[in-house]
Design a protein around this ligand. Structure first.
Ligand code: NZQ
Ligand code: ZN
Length: 395
């Protein structure tokens, strides 16, 4: 086990009707005037937004609203939010929605606390020094943004999607009511589960080394999410399945499944995520579905670097009994793809409705390699040519 730091400062408030506590939580963390940030309308239609606003009123927290955050959230909305918060002298950012809304809030929070252009933080030209206090009411289990240190924003100028990680953006609280996720369409449920699984896989497959108990925690999480994803797709109002997925989403991206697997809580391979961010930046696909489309091609490309690690995944997560490591590893990859297909997800880029030409594969690799200036991955380090080859094999 390698040395690590584990820091997960978010207060999690989990269970039925917990959104009623939102106003009191904002108050408890010092908020008196909140930006209520939300997405394209699901929170309005379900009545959740009205319940949250009533709870703010009860707690004596005034508010302004900004909806319209789209999946793969945009820089222009971040700038709009910053201007609104400055005008209205907001002192707390409250997200009601999914990862896209939370990430948009995180960017607004950084932007309000920096002198320069907020996009410079996402392109590493500047380093964040502070962020506004934030909390969230989560409506979809997927990104783990409610406990993660990350945010991912798309700049429409060039359709460049970039992430920024810093503890400054940790949510003060996260309200997690599984019933709020009952209204998710099967596609979003399944995509969210693929993302949750990927956050644990990125850490699990970051090196060939074992690290107990982290590996066993990771395997248990993955087994739960696979089983509960099947249940939630079949029956959207299965409370136990929704609850398990929601909690697994937070645990998969709050650093827990990386402890001891690398340096700091930040251990991870992250190649699939880097490859996917270019895909959703360019084609606006659902992040989790993009990961599903790439995972098979990535894993077959890198499996030689750690057959025993893939074999362990195959045996302990996918129930494969093969004795030979490489045979088990390949069977495990195929079994995981079967699971993805079974919950309605694509396992190729073509399955996302994109016909990827050689030229587009090269363009994606060019962007993903930051114009040839970086490599990605740690299990096997990938350069621009490797990236292009994985995109081609994922077609
Ligand atoms: O906008 P509304 O109308 O709310 O609809 C949303 C949206 O269309 C809908 N939805 C959310 N909750 C719902 C619901 N529909 C019905 N009932 C509900 N209860 O679902 C759609 C997707 O929402 P979104 O917030 O985009 O999903 P997700 O949470 O998967 O966020 C995706 C974004 O997060 C980034 C992704 O790249 C992508 O941009 N990520 C953020 C990470 C982080 N901050 O730590 C890590 C991830 O790896 C990821 O990259
Ligand atoms: Zn993800």
């Amino acid at each position: 086990m390698n040395d690590f730091q584990y820091y997960a400062p978010t207060r999690v408030v989990f269970g039925r009707n917990t959104e009623e506590q939102t106003g009191a939580l904002v108050r408890a963390f010092g908020g008196t005037r909140a930006l209520v940030h939300y997405g394209g309308g699901s929170a309005v239609r379900s009545g959740l937004l009205a319940r949250v606003l009533a709870s703010l009123e009860r707690a004596g927290v005034s508010h302004v609203e900004l909806g319209g955050v789209v999946p793969n959230p945009r820089l222009s909305k971040v700038r709009e939010g910053m201007a609104l918060c400055r005008r209205e002298q907001v002192d707390f950012l409250l997200s009601v929605g999914g990862g896209s809304v939370i990430d948009s809030s995180k960017a607004i929070g950084y932007g309000l606390c920096c002198d320069g252009d907020v996009w410079d933080l996402y392109t590493r030209k500047a380093t964040p020094k502070a962020c506004m206090p934030m909390g969230c009411v989560l409506t979809i289990a997927a990104t783990g943004s409610e406990m993660s240190d990350s945010s991912v924003i798309t700049n429409e100028d060039g359709w460049i999607k970039r992430g920024l990680s810093s503890d400054l953006s940790r949510q003060r609280f996260a309200v997690l009511n599984p019933e709020l996720t009952f209204t998710l369409p099967a596609w979003q449920t399944a995509s969210g589960c693929a993302d949750i699984l990927s956050h644990t896989q990125e850490r699990y497959f970051s090196s060939p080394a074992d690290a107990e108990p982290t590996d066993s925690i990771a395997e248990g999480l993955m087994r739960s999410v696979i089983e509960m994803a099947r249940r939630a797709v079949r029956n959207p109002t299965d409370y136990e399945a929704r609850a398990a997925i929601l909690w697994a989403g937070s645990l998969s991206h709050n650093g827990l499944t990386g402890c001891g697997r690398g340096s700091g809580g930040r251990a991870g391979d992250w190649a699939c995520h880097q490859l996917e961010h270019e895909l959703s930046g360019m084609f606006d696909v659902t992040h989790g579905a993009g990961l599903a489309a790439l995972w098979g091609a990535w894993s077959r490309y890198v499996v030689d670097a750690a057959p025993s690690r893939f074999a362990r995944f195959a045996r302990n997560v996918m129930g494969i009994a093969e004795a030979d490591d490489m045979t088990a590893a390949l069977a495990g990859i195929a079994a995981y793809e079967d699971f993805l297909r079974g919950v309605g997800l694509p396992v190729t880029i073509g399955g996302l409705g994109i016909s990827l030409t050689d030229e587009l594969a090269e363009q994606l690799a060019w962007k993903c390699s930051f114009e040839g200036s970086r490599t990605i991955g740690s299990l096997r380090v990938l350069d621009r040519a490797d990236m292009a080859e994985i995109y081609r094999r994922a077609r």
